[in-house]
Ligand binder design. Structure first.
Ligand SMILES: [Fe+2]
Ligand SMILES: [Fe+2]
Length: 329
């Protein structure tokens, strides 16, 4: 196992850890290695004082397993343009717990068939392919923290409800933006804070002290991270690289608090930045009128009127989030 703190050694270890990722295709692997190296060099330059901490963090992240099989299976279906509802149903059928939840959702008052749907096929048909995909991905992502003792139930609920809300808000905005599919918008929103979940589960001390600093000084979690020389955005990119996520996910995870830094997928990153603001406006309604937010609305040609409409729709979004949360847990 690699333990040296030397930069060259670290980069070699990054390379060999990525080499072990059997599921990664050639071009992705090449990208992952070069990008991970560059990312690490940048991080080291940016905050030399935090190098000791950072190195330890890197080694620990290297211990995070490859993408869980269930997540990989659904991720493939979600990104397969010819996949059908039947493919999804076949995948769900292997998971009793998920099948039961899909049945529960189909029989909920939301669909108006209370207690009448008894087969998975009918339930999936009723829910529809798009919604079923969202439910499946939300469910398998919850698995990342389901049995974690590191995460207290309140933090877990906060993190995931926020992710669901950002996913739904992003999907809402994508409705009027043909350059991004609603599905993909939802998945990007769902995954945008994956780095925060990883920090909370695997680096509890870092997570707690950032949270404490944020509460004490009345600044956002993102702002408080600066003092630790690490950010949930970068942790998200690192895990995304390791799991072979497409570049658009990596950019969203890394830059959703600063979309201007994004180079390849700025519109999608901006959309998630705005969806994040919509979700956070539940606790800080003044966010909707902040100059920085309004200026990013302009980048996506979102008028003030359209933006305010999204703000109003968030009450309904949060009700849906509560239902989804209670059904999937
Ligand atoms: Fe974030
Ligand atoms: Fe967020």
């Amino acid at each position: 196992m690699c333990r040296s703190k030397g930069h060259a050694r670290i980069l070699n270890c990054v390379e060999s850890s990525l080499d072990k990722n059997q599921g990664m295709k050639g071009f992705q692997k090449f990208f992952a290695i070069t990008d991970a190296k560059k990312g690490m060099k940048d991080m080291m330059k940016a905050n030399p004082a935090a190098q000791g901490d950072f190195c330890r963090l890197v080694w620990k992240i290297s211990d995070i397993p490859s993408m869980p099989m269930s997540l990989r299976r659904y991720f493939e279906i979600l990104h397969d343009e010819v996949a059908s509802l039947r493919d999804l149903e076949n995948a769900v059928r292997h998971d009793q717990s998920l099948s039961a939840r899909i049945l529960r959702i189909a029989n909920s008052s939301y669909y108006g068939f209370r207690g009448k749907i008894s087969s998975l096929s009918r339930a999936m048909l009723l829910i529809g392919f798009e919604e079923a995909k969202r439910i499946c991905l939300s469910y398998v992502l919850l698995d990342l923290s389901r049995d974690s003792h590191a995460l207290d139930p309140h933090t877990r609920e906060q993190l995931w409800k926020h992710a669901f809300a950002v996913g739904k808000a992003a999907s809402l905005m994508a409705q009027k933006r043909p350059w991004l599919q609603r599905d993909e918008a939802y998945f990007l929103g769902l995954l945008h804070d994956l780095g925060k979940v990883i920090l909370a589960v695997h680096f509890k001390d870092h997570f707690e002290s950032i949270k404490e600093l944020s509460l004490k000084s009345g600044v956002s979690f993102y702002a408080a991270e600066g003092a630790h020389g690490i950010s949930h955005g970068r942790v998200g990119r690192w895990v995304g690289l390791k799991w072979g996520f497409p570049e658009i996910y990596l950019e969203v995870m890394e830059f959703h608090h600063a979309p201007e830094k994004s180079s390849l997928h700025k519109p999608a990153v901006t959309l998630i930045f705005l969806a994040n603001a919509l979700a956070n406006s539940r606790w800080s309604p003044q966010l909707l009128e902040e100059e920085e937010i309004i200026s990013h609305c302009g980048d996506l040609f979102i008028s003030h009127e359209e933006w305010m409409e999204y703000g109003e729709q968030m009450a309904r979004v949060w009700r849906e989030v509560d239902v989804l949360w209670s059904t999937l847990n």
